[in-house]
Design a protein around this ligand. Structure first.
Ligand code: 26V
Length: 800
C-alpha cells in the first residue's frame, strides 16, 4: 500500500476537503475531516481489495467463507489507519492543524451489528484472517438498525433504535450488479423424469439481496479481504404477491428482512422474520459462492468443497446446509449422494453455548413457510441420518429419538449443523469438553473425529495497539516490536517482573488510562470517581448466568459493613458496570435497576465517604470498551462454572493488565493455566460441581439464606425497600428463594467475598500487584485471535 509523508497526506486531505466538502482545511468541522480521511483511506483500500481478489483467483486458492448473522465491528477508522500504516502521519497532520485526532475519529458511528461476544468474535476473526494473509471473507446482513441504543431513565433501561445509517457510512460500497435473487415460500412440485426428480417452485416471493462490501484491511501486508453485508430490496419488475398489498407496503415488507438485528440472543421475537433473515443470508451467499466457483475455478462442480469451506458462526446460518444441497441437486443436477458428499465436506460449525434455552429449535411449520423445499431436504437428511444409525451403530440405536434432527415438530438446528458439517468446535477447552461429554455426547460417540476445540481470541491490534497505545509503546521500548506480528513473544516481558522502573512505568500507564476513563465517566454520568481507587470492572451482556447480581450483592455487603462500622478502613474501590439487557428479559432489566438503586444509595451516602462507588455506563459498545479495557484493574469473570462458553472480555482485560477475578469457567481456565495460581483470583464451584448439582440435586438455597446473616440482610432488603424508598425487587428475591437460586449465587457468595478481600490485600502491595499485572500482559499472547485463526486455518479450513 502507498505510504505518504506528512506533507503529501496534508495535501491530499486539503484536496479531498475541497472536492467533497467544498471547504478549505481551516473551515472544516471534525465531520468534514473524518469524511476526507475515510475517503483517502478508501481509495487505497479499494485498490488493494481488487488486487487481493485478483490474486486469490490467479492462485486458485482454497477460501474460507465466514457466515455470521452478527459482525460487531465498531468503528473502523483507527484500525484501518493502523493496519494501512497511515495512523502516525494522520495523527500528526491533524495535530499540526490544531485538531484533536480523538474528536475527528469520534465522528464515526459505532457499527453495532451484533449482540455481544459472538458478533465481536466474528469481527476480530476477520481482522486476523486478513492480517495473516488468508483467503477468507465474511458474509452477514446489513441491518438497517443495529443493536438498540440503551438509555437509562430513572434507573431503568429503555431501548432506542440504532439509526447507524442516518449519515453516509463511508466504508461500504454498494454492488448492485452482483445482487442475487432469494426466493421464499410458495409451493414445490416435482415430476419424475428418467428416474430423476425434477423440482419446480411456484408462487414464491422473490427478494433481491444487494451486497454492500466493506474492505477488511490486513496489518501492513497489502491484503484487503471483504465483508459482504446483504440488504433486502424489491426487484425492479416485481409486483406484490399479496393482492391486498399496495406497492409501498410490499416494499416495506421486503425491506423488513434486513431491517433489524434481533436484540435477544436466545428467545426469538418475530420468529418468522428472524428465520427469513437466516435463509436470506445463506441463500444469497451460497448462490454467490457457486457462481464464483463456476466463473473462476477450472474445476467441475463436484470439486466445490476442494476450494471452499464455509464456517458457520453458531447455528444461525445452518440453513446453508440444505440450501447447498438444493442448489447442487435442483440447479446443478447432481444426485443426492453426490450433493451430500460435497455439502458434508464444505461446512464447519462453531458452537457458542451449551445453555438449552439458547440452542435454536424451529417449528417445522415455520421452516416450511420460509421455504418448503428446504424443509423437504432437512426431512430427508433426518431420515437418512436416523436410518444410518439404526443400520450401522447398534450401540446408539436407543438414542435415535434423542439424536433426530426433527422431533416433536421442531427442527433442532444444532443437530442439523453437526450432521451436515465435517467439523464441530467449541470455543474454549472446557466448553469443548462439555460438548463432547455432555451436550452432544451421542454425536461425539458417533463421529468423534468431527469434534475439536478452538479457544477464542481477540485482535491485539485493536485491543492493545489501538486502545492502549501507551502500553504498546512501553512493551516495544522494552522488548522491541516483534511482538506485534507475533504476540506470544510478549512472554519476554516476564524478565521485567522484578524491574522496579518497568513496573512503575506500567503503573503510570494504567493511571493515565484510569484518568481518561474517569473523565468519560464524569462526562456520561456526572459521577466523580477517585483515580486511585481500584477499578473493578464487569462489562458484558446482562444474563443471570453471568451473575452481575453476585457482584452487586458484594457491593451491598460492603455498604452494610460500612454502615455497621463507619470507621472501617477500606481501600477505595470503584465498581464499574456496563450491560445491555434483552428488551424482553424482565429479570435482567430488574438487575440493571437494582445496580442503579444501589449506586444512588452508595454514591450519595456521607458515611461511605467515597470508599466505594458504583458506576453504570449506559450503552456499552465497542467504542466504550476501548476506553474501559485499558483502565480495568480487576476483571470480573464470574459466570456460574460451565455456563460461559469462553468469554472474550476476560482476554481483553488481561491483555491490558487487569487481574481476573473469576470462576473456573470458559477461557478463564486457560488464563489461569497461563498465568499460574499466583496471578489470578479464582473462586467458587467448579463446573463439575455445578453439573452434579444440576443432575443430582442436593443444593438448597434456602438453607444458606437461613444461616448466613449477611445474605439474609441483603435479600430481605430486596423486598422491604431498604435500598431506596418505595423501590422493591421481589422478582429477584423470589427467583433466588423460590426457584432455588439456579445460578448458585448464594452458594458462591462466601468464596467470592473472601477472594475480594484477597484482591484488596494484594492491591495494597502495589509492587506485587504491578507484577501480577505484568504477568497477565506477558501471557496474553495466546489469546490473540491470530493464534485462533492459525489453528482454524490449519486444522479445520486446511488453507495451508
Ligand atoms: C446464552 C444464553 C443462556 C441463558 C439464556 C439466554 C442466553 C442467551 C444467549 C446465550 C449465548 C448465545 C450464543 C453466544 O453469544 N455465545 C457467546 O459466544 C462468545 C463467543 O464465542 C463466547 O465468548 C461467550 O462465552 C458465549 O456466551
Amino acid at each position: 500500500m502507498k505510504t505518504y509523508t506528512k506533507e503529501e497526506f496534508r495535501e491530499l486531505l486539503e484536496k479531498k476537503v475541497r472536492d467533497k466538502r467544498t471547504k478549505t482545511l481551516e473551515e472544516t468541522t471534525d465531520k468534514d475531516l473524518f469524511y476526507a480521511i475515510t475517503s483517502i483511506l478508501k481509495d487505497s483500500i479499494n485498490e488493494a481489495n481488487i488486487e487481493t481478489e485478483q490474486r486469490y483467483i490467479n492462485e486458485q486458492n482454497r477460501q474460507v467463507s465466514y457466515l455470521s448473522m452478527e459482525f460487531l465491528i465498531g468503528r473502523l477508522i483507527e484500525s484501518n489507519l493502523i493496519n494501512t500504516g497511515f495512523k502516525q502521519v494522520c495523527d500528526e497532520v491533524l495535530e499540526d492543524l490544531g485538531r484533536s485526532p480523538r474528536d475527528v475519529y469520534g465522528e464515526e458511528h459505532d457499527a453495532g451489528l451484533g449482540n455481544g461476544g459472538l458478533g465481536r468474535l466474528a469481527a476480530c476473526f476477520l481482522d486476523s484472517i486478513a492480517s495473516l494473509g488468508y483467503a477468507g471473507n465474511g458474509f452477514g446482513i446489513r441491518y438497517r438498525y443495529g443493536l438498540f441504543e440503551q438509555r437509562i431513565v430513572s434507573g431503568s433501561q429503555i431501548e432506542l433504535p440504532d439509526n447507524w445509517l442516518r449519515e453516509v457510512y463511508p466504508w461500504e460500497t454498494r454492488k448492485i450488479d452482483e445482487a442475487i435473487q432469494v426466493r421464499f415460500g410458495g409451493e414445490v412440485d416435482f415430476v419424475i423424469d428418467n428416474d430423476q426428480y425434477q423440482f419446480s417452485y411456484k408462487d414464491q416471493e422473490v427478494v433481491l439481496a444487494v451486497p454492500y462490501d466493506i474492505g477488511i484491511v490486513g496489518y501492513e501486508n497489502d491484503v484487503v479481504n471483504t465483508l459482504r453485508l446483504w440488504s433486502a430490496e424489491v426487484p425492479d419488475d416485481a409486483v406484490s404477491p399479496e393482492p391486498y398489498m399496495n406497492q409501498l407496503e410490499y416494499k416495506q415488507s421486503v425491506e423488513k428482512i434486513s431491517g433489524f438485528l434481533y436484540p435477544d440472543d436466545s428467545k426469538e421475537e418475530g420468529r418468522f422474520l428472524r428465520l427469513k433473515q437466516q435463509y436470506f443470508l445463506v441463500s444469497s451467499t451460497i448462490q454467490t459462492l457457486i457462481h464464483r466457483f463456476k466463473a473462476n475455478d477450472d474445476l467441475p462442480i463436484e470439486a466445490f468443497h476442494k476450494k471452499n469451506v464455509i464456517q458457520i458462526n453458531d447455528t444461525h446460518p445452518t440453513f446453508g446446509i440444505p440450501e447447498l444441497m438444493r442448489i447442487l441437486m435442483d440447479e446443478e443436477g447432481l444426485s443426492w449422494d453426490q450433493a451430500w458428499e460435497i455439502t458434508s465436506h464444505t461446512f464447519a460449525y462453531t458452537n457458542h453455548t451449551i445453555m438449552q434455552e439458547a440452542l435454536e429449535k424451529w417449528p417445522v411449520e415455520l421452516v416450511k413457510r420460509v421455504n418448503p423445499r428446504i424443509l423437504m431436504i432437512i426431512d430427508e437428511i433426518n431420515e437418512r441420518f436416523c436410518k444410518s444409525i439404526f443400520d450401522n451403530h447398534e450401540s446408539l440405536r436407543d438414542r435415535i429419538s434423542e439424536m433426530a434432527v426433527i422431533s416433536d415438530g421442531v427442527v433442532h438446528m444444532s443437530k442439523l449443523a453437526i450432521v451436515g458439517s465435517y467439523s464441530v468446535n467449541g470455543v474454549a477447552a472446557l466448553h469443548s469438553d462439555i460438548i463432547k461429554n455432555y451436550t452432544f455426547n451421542d454425536f461425539y460417540r458417533l463421529t468423534p473425529e468431527k469434534f475439536n476445540n478452538k479457544t477464542n481470541g481477540i485482535t491485539h491490534r485493536r485491543w492493545l495497539l489501538g486502545a492502549n497505545p501507551r502500553l504498546a509503546e512501553l512493551i516495544s521500548d522494552s522488548i522491541g516490536d516483534h511482538w506485534v506480528k507475533s504476540p506470544v513473544e510478549m512472554t519476554q516481558l516476564l524478565r521485567y517482573q522484578n524491574d522496579e522502573s518497568f513496573l512503575s512505568n506500567l503503573a503510570e500507564v494504567k493511571l493515565h488510562n484510569k484518568k481518561v476513563l474517569q473523565e468519560v465517566i464524569y462526562k456520561k454520568t456526572g459521577i466523580e470517581v477517585n483515580e486511585h481507587s481500584i477499578f473493578d470492572v464487569q462489562v458484558k451482556r446482562l444474563h443471570e448466568y453471568k451473575r452481575q447480581l453476585l457482584n452487586i450483592f458484594h457491593v451491598i455487603h460492603l455498604y452494610n459493613e460500612i454502615k455497621r462500622n463507619p470507621k472501617l478502613k477500606m481501600v477505595p474501590q470503584t465498581f464499574i458496570f456496563g450491560a445491555k439487557a434483552a428488551p424482553s428479559y424482565h429479570l435482567a432489566k430488574e438487575i440493571i435497576r437494582l445496580i442503579h438503586v444501589v449506586g444512588e444509595m452508595v454514591n450519595n451516602d456521607r458515611d461511605v465517604a467515597g470508599r466505594i462507588k458504583v458506576v453504570f455506563l449506559e450503552n456499552y459498545n465497542v467504542t466504550l470498551a476501548e476506553y474501559i479495557m485499558p483502565a480495568a484493574e480487576i476483571s470480573e469473570q464470574i459466570s456460574t462454572a460451565s455456563m460461559e462458553a469462553s468469554g472474550t472480555g476476560n482476554m481483553k482485560m488481561m491483555m491490558n493488565g487487569a487481574v481476573t477475578l473469576g470462576t473456573m469457567d470458559g477461557a478463564n481456565v486457560e488464563i489461569a493455566e497461563r498465568v499460574g495460581q499466583d496471578n489470578i483470583l479464582i473462586f467458587g464451584l467448579s463446573s463439575e460441581q455445578v453439573i452434579n448439582y444440576q443432575n443430582k440435586g442436593g443444593y438448597q438455597a434456602k438453607d444458606i439464606y437461613q444461616t448466613d446473616d449477611r445474605l439474609k440482610t441483603i435479600l430481605n432488603g430486596l423486598k422491604d425497600g431498604s435500598y431506596a424508598k418505595g423501590e422493591t425487587f421481589s422478582d429477584i428475591y423470589y427467583r433466588i428463594l423460590t426457584n432455588n437460586d439456579p445460578y448458585f449465587i448464594l452458594k458462591d457468595f462466601t468464596s467470592y467475598l473472601e477472594t475480594h478481600i484477597k484482591a484488596v490485600t494484594l492491591y495494597e502491595e502495589q509492587k506485587q500487584w504491578n507484577k501480577m499485572s505484568l504477568v497477565n500482559i506477558a501471557q496474553s499472547g495466546k489469546f490473540s485471535s491470530d493464534r485462533t485463526i492459525n489453528e482454524y486455518a490449519t486444522d479445520i479450513w486446511k488453507l495451508i
